[in-house]
Design a protein around this ligand. Structure first.
Ligand code: F6P
Length: 331
């Protein structure tokens, strides 16, 4: 049966959000559903700011970074008044199903909204952080790994030329997925992750021990430490100062920052986005509500929304590799 669906993107944008919007538009059109796009994250819902979405919006959309619906973190929506107003706006537009592409904060918002609105709510995981429980990967994560990896490759060139120590900060909020994969794929020498952090003194000791061991083996060499954001108190400048104080000079900090959120999505993100967008629309009108769609072992899954922000562990096989190849001590 034909339904009225609304979609929005919320929180940190991620490459592949547009690919997902494209899949949702096409799946809706084929199923005979009407589709509206709320603009600027949940702000669009609070302010009833929306556009109609149809086939003519989809051309060349799969390869575009960012999100054509724009995104935001909306404080008003977090309040009961904001959620109530949003619920009224959805009812005024006679929306049956709301689809939100975003991260855990966006899903908490969606769950909050469902206490004021009885329509169907479906989340699609989109964040470069990959910190959403219940899905192997989130839209944007693979592209961000590639961007961080190629940036670190470039840092390696200059680090080699000067035989310097570089500290490279990678995003991920409070999770180490992006930093771990960026570090492994760029053959970094050490990685600092929130999940494995052993405390400043111990980590400092490990890093210095590694630098000295590598220098003893090969002469002065470049050394790259990938640092997950928020892991080192005081950030890269504090870590740099701490290394200087222990006799490691000429350390250079590089913060990759928002460059990791941009760019055309890689194939893994386009595919994940397309699978999840189409799958979400296939569930429209079903009993499933307050859910997130995800992928586990390449198969689509439905998980309750309120399990998505539970702790998601790092891949234990990768942790073993980090411990044996990268953060191993030579003394
Ligand atoms: O959640 C995505 C993310 O890019 C995090 O990795 C980062 O901590 C945060 O968003 C940055 O947020 P903002 O764009 O608001 O500075």
């Amino acid at each position: 049966m034909s339904k009225r669906i609304a979609i929005l993107t919320s929180g940190g944008d991620a490459p592949g959000m547009n690919a997902c919007i494209r899949a949702v538009i096409i799946a809706c059109q084929k199923a005979g559903h009407e589709l509206y796009g709320y603009l600027h994250g949940y702000n669009g819902l609070v302010n009833q700011e929306y556009i109609s979405l149809s086939f003519d919006t989809t051309h060349n959309l799969i390869q575009q970074g960012g999100t054509i619906l724009h995104s935001a973190r909306c404080k008003t929506f977090e309040t009961d008044d904001g959620a109530q107003k949003s619920a009224e706006n959805l009812s005024k537009l006679a929306i049956d199903t709301l689809i939100v592409i975003g991260g855990d904060g966006s899903f908490r918002g969606l769950k909050h909204l469902s206490t004021f609105w009885s329509g169907q709510t479906i989340g699609i995981p989109g964040t470069i952080d990959n910190d959403i429980n219940g899905t192997d990967a989130t839209i944007g994560y693979y592209t961000a790994i590639d961007t961080a990896m190629s940036s670190i490759d470039k840092v390696r060139d200059t680090a080699d030329a000067f035989e310097r120590v570089f500290l490279v900060e990678v995003m991920g909020r409070h999770a180490g997925f992006l930093a771990l994969n960026a570090a492994l794929s760029s053959a970094a020498d050490y990685v600092l992750l929130p999940e494995l952090f052993e405390g400043c003194e111990q980590e400092l000791d490990n890093i210095i021990c590694q630098i000295k061991a590598q220098r003893a083996l090969k002469g002065t060499v470049s050394f790259i430490v990938v640092v997950a954001e928020n892991v080192w108190p005081g950030g890269l400048s504090a870590l740099s100062t701490a290394l200087n104080a222990k006799g490691i000079d000429d350390v250079r900090p590089v913060t990759l920052g928002h460059v990791q959120r941009g760019g055309s999505p890689v194939s893994e993100d386009r595919l994940l986005a397309t699978h999840l967008g189409a799958y979400a629309v296939s569930l429209v009108g079903s009993e499933n509500t307050n859910i997130m769609v995800g992928e586990v072992n390449k198969l689509p899954v439905v998980v309750p929304l309120d399990t998505c922000w539970q702790n998601k562990p790092l891949n234990s096989a990768q942790v073993d590799i980090i411990r044996s190849l990268m953060n191993a001590r030579y003394d």
